[in-house]
Every structure is written in structure tokens, then in C-alpha cells.
Design a protein around this ligand. Structure first.
Ligand SMILES: [Zn+2]
Length: 251
């Protein structure tokens, strides 16, 4: 009996050594732990996820997007400017901020679209599947609670994503939205006219513009210049729409 057990233990040890060797080989091989999880432990999702930088369309449509809110002062100021011009936009909201600041936007989002920007502006490229799920799902629920509508778009903070991001996006039936034109709210914050021109002159049919409704004081110039941006784009014959409306105009 004792000998038999010894043999069994020896067999287990041998198997363990082989497994450890395989693990060592994997450690030398990128990807990062988060995306390795995608290879080892996932069932493939049952839905494809699109990644959208801009929309291929001939119609003169542009989508304005605002990231990182809702924040006191900033988001109401952006909403005021958009409402005054009767322009819809897309807000990629941080879930924990929305939970705290729901009163700033409640009842004001009917013409607008709200997308998911994670719970705490998380770097999704570094999160495990469980963490990515929690961050995205809590935000999903907060948006649904405040707006009465389930979001369908995810913008990963800083545009950083991992394999887990795609999996959780698929689970939530999201597509990923990046951007094709960044408002120069840092570089040109002291030159508002140039900042406006950089948006207006570089817009093309299908452009997705990224601005922020929270951040460093310099960024406030961009919010203050929103009426001028809208005027300029309309002057070039553009209509402003939400990201989902823009995607409906795709060729
Ligand atoms: Zn962000």
C-alpha cells in the first residue's frame, strides 16, 4: 500500500513538473495576464464587437462626444450649449460619477446618447475578466437607472483595451467607439479661435469628435467654445448627430 502510494505521488510530481514547464514557457510569451485569460478560460462570445473610429458615410454628419462626466458646472454648461442649439451629442460617462452626480443630468438627456466609460475611468487593458465585468456592468446599470435606456456603446478610457474588454463588451452587446478628431483642449486652450478652427476645418463626413466635460481648467475653453464649434460646423453644412445616429448613415 505504502509503496503504491509512493508511486502515485511520484507520478503526480512528474505530471506537476511538466505542467510547471509549460507555465514557464507561457510566461515568456506575451500577452499580459489579462489577455492570457482570454485564451485559457473564456468561452468565445456569441456576438462580434465592432470598433468604430469614424463612420464611412457621404452624408455631412458629425458626432460630438464628451468623456469623463458628469461633473458639476462642466456638464450642465455643455448641456446648456447643446440645448440652445438643439444639438444632440453622446456622453461617455464614468459610472461612479454618474451615481454621485445623477441630479446634474437627470431629465436632460432625452435628445442625447449616453455610453459607458467604465466605473472609475479604469484602464481596461490591465483588468481581469472579473474586474472588467464589474467595472462595465456597474456603469451599465447606473446609466440604465438614470436615463431609462440601456447603453449600447463603450469607450475604453484612453482608448486602452484588452482581450477581456472585448469579451465583456460582447456580453453587454456593446460596440466600441473611439474617435477620429480630438479637440485640442490642452495645446490650444489659450487660443480659442484656433481650437475651434481645428475642429471645424478638420471635420469630414462621419467624423467622431472627442471633447471632455471634466478635467483640467484649460479644458474649459473647449466647453465655452462649444457654440462656436456648432456654428462653424453648421456653416460648413454639417448636421450634428449622436454616434448611433451617425452609424445609421454608414455606407
Ligand atoms: Zn476618459
Amino acid at each position: 500500500m505504502i509503496r503504491g502510494l509512493g508511486l502515485a505521488a511520484g507520478g503526480l510530481l512528474a505530471a506537476g513538473a511538466g505542467f510547471a514547464g509549460e507555465q514557464a514557457w507561457r510566461r515568456e510569451d506575451p500577452p499580459t495576464p489579462a489577455s492570457a485569460a482570454s485564451v485559457d478560460s473564456w468561452e468565445p462570445p456569441d456576438r462580434q464587437v465592432d470598433v468604430v473610429w469614424a463612420v464611412n458615410t457621404r452624408r455631412r454628419l458629425v458626432a460630438l462626444t464628451f468623456d469623463d462626466g458628469p461633473m458639476e458646472h462642466w456638464t450642465p454648461q455643455a448641456l446648456d450649449a447643446l440645448d440652445a442649439a438643439k444639438v444632440p451629442a453622446t456622453f461617455f460617462m464614468v459610472g461612479s460619477r454618474l451615481a454621485r452626480n445623477a441630479h446634474l443630468v437627470k431629465g436632460r438627456l432625452d435628445r442625447h446618447e449616453v455610453g459607458n466609460h467604465t466605473w472609475k475611468h479604469d484602464d481596461l487593458s490591465k483588468l481581469s475578466l472579473a474586474h472588467a465585468y464589474r467595472s462595465i456592468h456597474r456603469t451599465h446599470e447606473a446609466i440604465e437607472r438614470v436615463t431609462g435606456r440601456a447603453p449600447t456603446l463603450l469607450r475604453p478610457p484612453w482608448g486602452r483595451l484588452g482581450g477581456t474588454t472585448l469579451h465583456v463588451a460582447a456580453q453587454h452587446r456593446y460596440d466600441l467607439v473611439l474617435w477620429s478628431l480630438l479637440v485640442q483642449d490642452r495645446r490650444l486652450s489659450r487660443e480659442p479661435a484656433r481650437m475651434v478652427a481645428a475642429v471645424v476645418d478638420n471635420a469630414r463626413p462621419g467624423t467622431i469628435v472627442l471633447a471632455h466635460d471634466v478635467g483640467a481648467a484649460s479644458r474649459e475653453t473647449a466647453i465655452a467654445q462649444l457654440p462656436a464649434v456648432i456654428r462653424g460646423l453648421r456653416g460648413r453644412g454639417f448636421d450634428l448627430v449622436t454616434v448611433s445616429q451617425l452609424r445609421q448613415a454608414a455606407l
